[in-house]
Design a protein around this ligand. Structure first.
Ligand code: GLN
Length: 282
């Protein structure tokens, strides 16, 4: 079988299984198994696949047909233009979370006194902490997670990007493991409502760590806990940035004003126009 034929056939198999982005995923799987670039995929169209390559491809396609996310199959994902290792121990970084990186760098550049120490709370794969660290090489980053196994993934990524000394990984609940108050807190905490969990796609609910998604009855349990822990952990004049879910803007804003009546609060939409990031100045 030639490359071009394999590409068409995989793409067809995935699309009849109603897998979104079937042709992109077919490209990814094929490039991964053959160890080639997308350019090669389209310039070496007549290259013949070996029987070993065909077997390997079939195994990966079977996994994808069982709804395993392609990022877990490839042990790879991209976030903020950066390549990350990923596996089932951590949530796959979502493109909408990139808004948090942009906001964090904006705050850092606009408030010279703030932002020299930043904490990423619930870091998972470390994608957010590492992207911020690479964008702000002068900042010291703490990255916490309650899940020791998620932190193993973050550790792999820190080593891969050679920033072990800039990013310190700490295991524990939210802000508890921080050794000292910080200038900025960023957090993509679990915020999915209990009632919405079952409606998530099989890719999410059957494969991703539920601990990284479920936020209790109204989705705001973890955000509420974080707000309770902030006093004493965030320096005066500091900021915190939270990712939130659809329709949570109003509820989160009122929770924040209850805890911090003087705070300035700003909502920023993601690329789909959904309020996604809450920026708070205290
Ligand atoms: N945005 C995630 C999803 O698509 C939820 C992430 C979270 O709860 N922080 O399910």
């Amino acid at each position: 079988m030639t490359l071009s034929k394999a590409l068409r056939s995989i793409s067809h198999t995935l699309s009849i299984a109603e897998i979104d982005d079937a042709s992109t995923e077919a490209e990814l799987l094929l490039c991964h198994v053959l160890g080639i670039s997308t350019t090669q995929l389209y310039t070496e169209t007549e290259r013949a696949l070996t029987s070993v390559e065909i077997n390997n491809l079939q195994r990966l396609i079977q996994r994808r047909l069982l709804h395993e996310p392609v990022a877990y199959i490839l042990r790879y994902c991209e976030f903020y233009g950066i390549a990350f290792y990923i596996d089932e121990r951590a949530l796959i970084p979502r493109p909408e979370t990139e808004t948090l990186v942009e906001k964090a760098t904006e705050i850092y550049h606009h408030s010279p006194s703030a932002g020299s120490t930043i904490a990423d709370i619930g870091t998972g794969s470390g994608a957010l902490a590492i992207s911020i660290a690479l964008a702000l090489p002068q900042a010291k980053i703490y990255a916490t997670d309650i899940s020791a196994s998620a932190l193993q993934v973050a550790e792999i990524n820190c080593r891969r990007h050679q920033i072990d000394s800039q990013v310190e990984l700490l295991q524990g609940n939210l802000l508890e493991p921080l050794p000292k108050p910080v200038d900025m807190i960023v957090a993509n905490l679990p915020y999915v409502r209990d009632s919405e969990l079952q409606a998530l796609s099989p890719e999410i609910i059957n494969f991703e760590p539920i601990i990284a998604l479920g936020g209790g009855k109204n989705g705001l349990d973890k955000i509420q806990q974080l707000l309770e822990q902030i006093p004493g952990k965030l320096n005066h004049g500091g900021h915190f940035l939270l990712e939130i879910g659809q329709y949570q803007g109003e509820a989160v804003t009122s929770l924040i004003s209850n805890h911090f009546p003087q705070a300035s609060i700003e909502l920023t939409p993601d690329l789909s126009g959904i309020d996604r990031v809450v920026k708070v100045g205290v």
